[in-house]
Design a binder for this molecule. Sequence first.
Ligand code: DAS
Length: 356
Amino acid sequence: MKLKLKMLIASTAVMGAFAAQPVLADAKPHVVILATGGTIAGTGATSTTTVGYTAAKLGVDQMIASVPELAKVADVRGEQVAQIASESMTNEVWLKLAKRVNEVLAQKDVDGVVITHGTDTIEETAYFLNLVVKSKKPVVVVGAMRPATAISADGPINLYNAVLLAGSKDAMGKGVMVALNDQINAAREVTKTNTSTADTFKSPEMGVLGYMQDNKPHFYRMSTRKNTADSEFDISKLNSLPRVDIVYGYANMDRVAMDADIAAGAQGIVQAGVGDGSVAAQMMPAFRDARKKGVIVVRSSRVGNGIVARNGEANDDKEDLVVSDTLTAQKARILLMLGLTKTHDTKELQRMFYTY
Ligand code: DAS
């Protein structure tokens, strides 16, 4: 009897030990998906419709439900911030989205945010967020090049990878990322390089940050420029952004477009100039008139890669111009809009272009 009693007591003690073990909290990361529309939420008439479909049709909960694998890798919840094709993106949506990203990331139980978005302006929204998000937690902007109804739609796998990335501790402090097609690109350098193909997003000369493979991110580089929590820009109290327009450079251009933008209230002009941000002789009087009116003029380039060198194709010191460094015109416009919320001083603005 004694032996049996001892064995019973021993087994009870062992069971008790197990029972006393705290049940491990669910180790899955908490990821919030903020939906804005785009092809990833798009539907077409047939399963082979990959152009001529309608973007921004599926709601965020429908998208989440269409990828049941998400629940295995993260605790996911969704919010519909907008429902638009991203060619129709506005400053108002940007400010609403950015404020919501900061509110959600400030919640202790949230590990990362995914933003579903159209691909046409995904690089602009990502760069805007790169400058105004006040957290080191992962922020991943994701889209798709085929609608949800198409054969081999890329949206589900892109959304799955984006949630994995947003929930990964390795993605902390990398700045805002754009993740499609198994690649992780930095917001500052990523751009759409093909109107239609699934591999369209590239950082042409700077390269990807890394890849999504085997359910986790693999990083190989980081951006050298300030972003997110290290940024000086604060949109929390802003309800609008200064008007900044882009003037496209080409042979035989004239000043009509630039003058019209300034007449419409532009506080800044970014020229997407030919070559190294060159200024046509017939444009320089327009640049000088702009400066006399206090309008900031930034020399950028339509080329897409390389440095626009200060005092290279124009005497920037003498004409009091700013150069965009390696930012494309569409991203230089975003940095200038935010810069103008803080200063009109061209030396301060130039510092910002060398910082972000
Ligand atoms: N019109 C495109 C957009 O919403 C569709 C897409 O590619 O997402 O940006």
